[in-house]
Design a protein around this ligand. Structure first.
Ligand SMILES: C[S@@+](CC[C@H](N)C(=O)[O-])C[C@H]1O[C@@H](n2cnc3c(N)ncnc32)[C@H](O)[C@@H]1O
Length: 199
């Protein structure tokens, strides 16, 4: 029998993640800016690539109502357990967790039914060569879901139905999938960039 792959450990209750929530930069974070969270504005967000749920949880902690979509069943189950634990924890975690809805589906087909206001997309990209830089849960996630070669389709689906904005996290130096419209702007970091399409 084939040995089963380790399911990534997903937890929002550990000290490191709590620290990230309380000292991580708030609405000054590039993630928050890319999704259009400003002093006076908090959009409803569909995170179409939930993964370990970290970005989605951070956005919910900043006040956004977040719908997480994950298509890989073992990852969806691990996320559900982590969200249940967060809902039973103290208000720092329970409050944002109460604003999160988790769905299991392929976002390419589900997004149009949701008529989302704002969509966030962070697909799996080819592995970085310096694998020591990638933390264990992300390596376990990659073992299970592999890469997301249909990321272009997902972005096009989001662009076809998002009412206000689509923000895509992409490696800084990699080219975007073909046939996308010109982005409205980009926010570049050291290794990644946020590519933003305003509708
Ligand atoms: C790089 S991870 C996202 C990491 C996440 N932003 C975080 O903070 O943990 C990408 C995840 O998106 C999921 N995914 C990719 N394409 C998807 C699609 N079309 N529908 C639903 N889930 C998708 C993959 O299974 C994987 O778990």
């Amino acid at each position: 029998m084939k040995p089963s792959l380790p399911v990534p450990s997903i937890s929002f209750t550990d000290a490191a993640f709590r620290h990230r929530l309380t000292h991580g930069g708030g609405r000054g974070l590039a993630l928050a800016k890319a999704l259009g969270l400003t002093k006076g504005r908090t959009p409803d967000i569909v995170d179409a690539t939930a993964g370990l749920g970290r970005d989605g949880f951070l956005l919910a902690h900043l006040g956004a109502k977040v719908t997480l979509i994950e298509r890989a069943a073992p990852i969806h189950a691990a996320l559900q357990r982590a969200l249940d634990a967060a809902r039973a924890a103290d208000p720092l975690l329970a409050e944002p967790a109460s604003r999160i809805t988790l769905l299991m589906d392929d976002a390419i087909t589900l997004l149009p039914d949701l008529a989302p206001e704002t969509v966030y997309i962070d697909p799996m990209h080819p592995a970085r060569t310096k694998s020591a830089l990638v933390k264990q849960p992300m390596r376990d996630l990659r073992q299970i879901v592999g890469e997301d070669p249909d990321a272009g389709q997902l972005i096009r689906s989001a662009l076809g139905c998002a009412q206000k904005r689509v923000a895509v996290k992409w490696p800084r130096l990699a080219t975007l999938p073909d046939d996308l419209p010109k982005p409205s702007y980009e926010l570049a970091g050291k290794t990644t960039r946020y590519v933003v399409f305003i509708r």
